[in-house]
Design a protein around this ligand. Structure first.
Ligand SMILES: O=C(O)CCC(=O)C(=O)O
Ligand SMILES: [Fe+2]
Length: 201
């Protein structure tokens, strides 16, 4: 398992097993390459905007929202209707559900086109996700660093490199007491697609 931690004092700590479960290689390299291309070509990618300091800015990644048709999702003050499941998404969902032991009803997709794309520190703590949600995160393509820090103590932090074909399960009070981000990279890097499977109540 590839795990890094970056405590100030360079203490080597494992990711807390009650909060994070990292499973590399859920999908083979061959399958991951195929799914990356297929998702890139077939998903209805959107360029969302965010209002910040009175300016309208592009979100630094493309996103899409798929799921059971009754599940609308409010995010950053907007309401989203999901697109219906596609065969590829249902295939990925089934493999993830077998591993996680949970049935999901929606997925948020992120497309990080290059190192300039990112997701800022946040927690997935929207009320419709309920308390202590299980969120299953699948990655294809370029591996990217995933950082976690404690909301009250930013020195308490961990990082894990999310490899193509991997599954990361976020659980416990992670969304309540911790935040996560995918930072920008100054290197010339390739595209990554991430899918976070969720249960919307
Ligand atoms: O891309 C990732 O690994 C994380 C995405 C994420 O945190 C989110 O969509 O809420
Ligand atoms: Fe998130």
């Amino acid at each position: 398992m590839e795990q890094l931690s970056f405590f100030d004092n360079a203490q080597s700590l494992r990711l807390p097993a009650d909060l994070i479960d990292y499973c590399p290689g859920l999908f083979s390299r061959y399958e991951s390459d195929g799914l990356l291309q297929k998702l890139k070509d077939t998903v209805n990618w959107q360029q969302e905007t965010i209002q910040m300091y009175g300016k309208l800015l592009n979100t630094p990644r493309l996103t899409a929202w798929y799921g059971d048709n009754s599940k609308t999702y409010a995010f950053s003050g907007k309401k989203y209707e999901p697109y219906p499941w596609t065969p590829e998404l249902l295939y990925i969902k089934q493999k993830v559900e077998e591993r996680a032991g949970i049935t999901f009803n929606s997925v948020l997709l992120n497309n990080y086109r290059n190192g300039n794309d990112s997701v800022a520190w946040h927690a997935d703590d929207e009320p419709e996700l309920g308390t202590n949600p299980v969120i299953a995160s699948v990655s294809f393509g370029q591996s990217r660093r995933f950082d976690i820090r404690h909301k009250q103590n930013h020195k308490l932090k961990y990082a894990v490199e999310l490899e193509s074909g991997s599954l990361l399960i976020m659980k416990g009070d992670l969304q309540h007491n911790w935040e996560h981000q995918v930072p920008k990279s100054t290197k010339a890097i390739n595209e990554r697609i991430n899918l976070t499977f969720r249960v919307i109540n």
